[in-house]
Design a protein around this ligand. Structure first.
Ligand code: GLU
Length: 500
C-alpha cells in the first residue's frame, strides 16, 4: 500500500498556524513511509471562500517549508484538487447514494428548520432536524420536484445502534447513531457540503490516512457511514491534538494571533516555527526538542503523536527561535536574514513618504518608525483611555474595531479610516479625541507618530490585529458577559448606551 495523506484547508480566512501544524504531521507521515502528501482546497463554502485566501494558503505553507506532491497549483494524477472544480463528480456520486436509498431529498423550508431547531432546543435533543422528509413516497417527491420546490439531500443515518471506530491516536470511539443528525450532503444550489465532498475526494484521491485536528472527531461517524453506504474501504483516522491558547481553549483568532503571516511578519524563522508546532503534537525519542523537518520525516513514528492538546506557548517559541538564530545564522548571514525580513528597499521605501516631512535628523527616523520593527509595544493605561473613557469602554472600542474590520477583512488605509469613523459613530464618541489617540497608542505605543491609517496598512493586517488584541488584554479584557452585550449592541448598530 502506498501511504497517501492530505491536508484540506478551506480558503475562508487567513492561513492558520493549525494548518501548518497539520501539514507537518501529514507530510512527515507520508514521506516517512515513502508515500505522497497532497494539498486539496475545500472551497465549497461559496460565500466565505476567496481566491486571495487560497493564494495565501500556498504562500504561507511554502514559507513554512511545506511542499506537496500533488495540489491545485502543481496538478497530479488525481485532480482537480480544488473542490469547486469537481462539482460534476459530486453530482454523480450523490445519485449513487439516492439510488441505493442511503440518502434522501428533504424539502424543509427555512421556516420549518427554524421551528425544528427551537423544539430540539426546548426538549434538549441533540438532533436538530426531525427527519420529517425521510419517508416521503416516490410520488410525493416527484410532485414536489415538479412544483419546483427547492430541496437538499440528506444522509440516512441509522436510528439506533452505535458507530464505533478505531482512531489511530485516541483509540476506540463510540457514538450512538441517535446523536447524529441526518447530515445535509448536497445543498439546494447543487454544491456539496464539507462532509460529502471530503469523503468522496478522500476516496477518489486514494487517501489512506486521514490525519486532522481532533475537532473533526464528531464528524467522523458521518464519514464512516458514507464510506459504508458507498461500499468503499475506509481510510485510517488519526485525530491529532488541537493547539490550545494559554486560556486552555482552542487557539482562536478571536484571542490569539493565529495567522502564519503574523509569525513571518514578526520576524520568526520558518524552521523554528515548524519545529515549535511539531512539539505541540509530537515527541521525539529522548525528548529531543530541536530537530529539522528532515529529521522528523526520517524518525517519524505515529505512536509518538500526543493524545491531548498542547499549549501554544509564545515564550517557548521565542526561546526556540533564538536557538535557531544562534545555530543557523552567523553574524555575517544575520544581516541577510534581516534584509529578507524588513530591512529591504521594498519595505523601507514604503516608510519614506511617512517620514519625509517628520524628521529633523535622520536619527529621528527610528524614533518615528520604531513600531514597524518591534514586537512589544509599550502600552499605558493612561494613553489607552483618552478623554477619560474607562478601560472597559476602551477595550470595547478596540474589540468593536476588530469586528468592523472583520466584516470586509480589508485592511487598506481607506478601509481602516472608514472603520474608525464608523466606530466613533457607533459609540457616539469624538473621533479625533477618542478613537484616534486610542488607536495610536494600541498600534504604536505613543500619542503621536506618522499618519495612523497609512501606518496600519503598511504594518499589515496580522500585526495590527495582534496589537489591538494585545491592548484589549492589557486593559483587563472583556468578560464573556460583557462581550455578549457588546456584540448585541454592535449587531443593533448602537453602542452608545454602553458609554454612559
Ligand atoms: N476543510 C476542512 C478544514 O477546513 C478539512 C478537515 C479535514 O481534514 O477533514 O479544515
Amino acid at each position: 500500500m502506498v501511504v497517501r495523506t492530505r491536508i484540506a484547508p478551506s480558503p475562508t480566512g487567513d492561513p492558520h498556524v493549525g494548518t501548518l501544524y497539520t501539514a507537518i504531521l501529514n507530510l512527515a507521515y507520508a514521506h516517512h513511509f515513502g508515500g505522497q502528501f497532497i494539498l486539496r482546497i475545500e472551497d465549497t463554502d461559496k460565500t466565505r471562500s476567496r481566491p486571495e485566501y487560497e493564494k495565501n494558503i500556498f504562500e504561507a505553507l511554502k514559507w513554512g517549508l511545506i511542499h506537496w506532491d500533488e495540489g491545485p497549483d502543481i496538478g497530479g494524477n488525481f485532480g482537480p484538487y480544488r473542490q469547486s472544480e469537481r462539482l460534476d463528480i459530486y453530482q454523480k456520486h450523490i445519485q449513487i447514494l439516492l439510488e441505493k436509498e442511503k440518502a434522501y431529498k428533504c424539502f424543509a423550508t427555512p421556516e420549518e428548520l427554524r421551528e425544528m431547531r427551537e423544539v430540539a432546543q426546548k426538549t434538549g435533543q441533540k438532533v436538530g432536524y426531525d427527519r420529517r422528509y425521510r419517508n416521503l413516497s416516490k410520488e410525493e417527491i416527484k410532485k414536489r420536484e415538479q412544483e419546483g420546490q427547492p430541496y437538499v439531500i440528506r444522509l440516512k443515518v441509522p436510528l439506533t445502534g452505535m458507530c464505533t471506530f478505531e482512531d489511530g491516536i485516541k483509540g476506540t470511539i463510540t457514538t450512538p447513531w441517535a446523536d447524529v443528525d441526518d447530515q445535509v450532503l448536497m445543498k439546494s444550489d447543487g454544491y456539496p457540503t464539507y462532509h460529502f465532498a471530503n469523503v468522496v475526494d478522500d476516496h477518489l484521491m486514494q487517501i489512506t490516512h486521514v490525519i486532522r485536528g481532533d475537532e473533526w472527531i464528531s464528524s467522523t461517524p458521518k464519514h464512516i457511514l458514507l464510506y459504508e453506504s458507498f461500499g468503499w474501504e475506509k481510510p485510517s483516522f488519526l485525530h491529532i491534538p488541537l493547539l490550545l491558547g494559554k486560556d486552555g481553549k482552542k487557539l482562536s483568532k478571536r484571542r490569539n494571533p493565529t495567522s502564519i503571516f503574523f509569525y513571518k511578519d514578526s520576524g520568526y524563522l520558518p524552521q523554528a516555527l515548524a519545529n515549535f508546532l511539531t512539539l505541540m503534537g509530537y515527541s521525539m525519542t529522548g525528548e529531543k526538542e530541536i530537530y529539522s523537518l528532515q529529521e522528523l520525516i526520517q524518525n517519524f513514528d505515529p505512536q509518538r503523536i500526543g493524545k491531548s492538546g498542547a499549549f501554544f506557548d509564545i515564550q517557548k517559541l521565542n526561546w526556540l527561535n533564538q536557538k535557531y538564530i544562534i545555530e543557523t545564522t552567523t553574524p555575517s548571514t544575520l544581516l541577510e536574514h534581516l534584509k529578507r525580513w524588513q530591512f529591504n528597499d521594498i519595505f523601507m521605501e514604503k516608510l519614506m513618504p511617512l517620514a519625509h516631512t517628520r524628521i529633523k535628523t535622520f536619527g529621528d527616523f527610528f524614533d518615528l518608525c520604531n513600531f514597524f520593527f518591534i514586537n512589544t509595544i509599550p502600552l499605558s493605561t493612561e494613553l489607552l483611555t483618552p478623554h477619560n473613557i474607562t478601560p472597559e469602554i476602551s477595550a470595547s472600542l478596540l474589540q468593536t474595531m476588530l469586528w468592523i474590520m472583520e466584516k470586509t477583512d480589508i485592511w487598506s488605509q481607506d478601509a481602516v479610516e472608514k472603520a474608525s469613523h464608523d466606530l466613533a459613530e457607533l459609540f457616539k464618541v469624538p473621533h479625533k479625541k477618542v478613537v484616534i489617540p486610542l488607536l495610536y497608542e494600541a498600534i504604536m505605543g505613543k500619542q503621536f507618530g506618522p499618519p495612523l491609517f497609512a501606518s496600519i496598512e503598511i504594518l499589515g493586517k496580522e500585526r495590527a490585529r495582534a496589537r489591538l488584541l494585545q491592548a484589549i488584554e492589557f486593559l483587563g479584557g472583556l468578560s464573556k458577559k460583557k462581550l455578549d452585550l457588546l456584540n448585541k449592541n454592535f449587531t443593533k448598530g448602537d453602542c452608545s448606551l454602553l458609554n454612559h
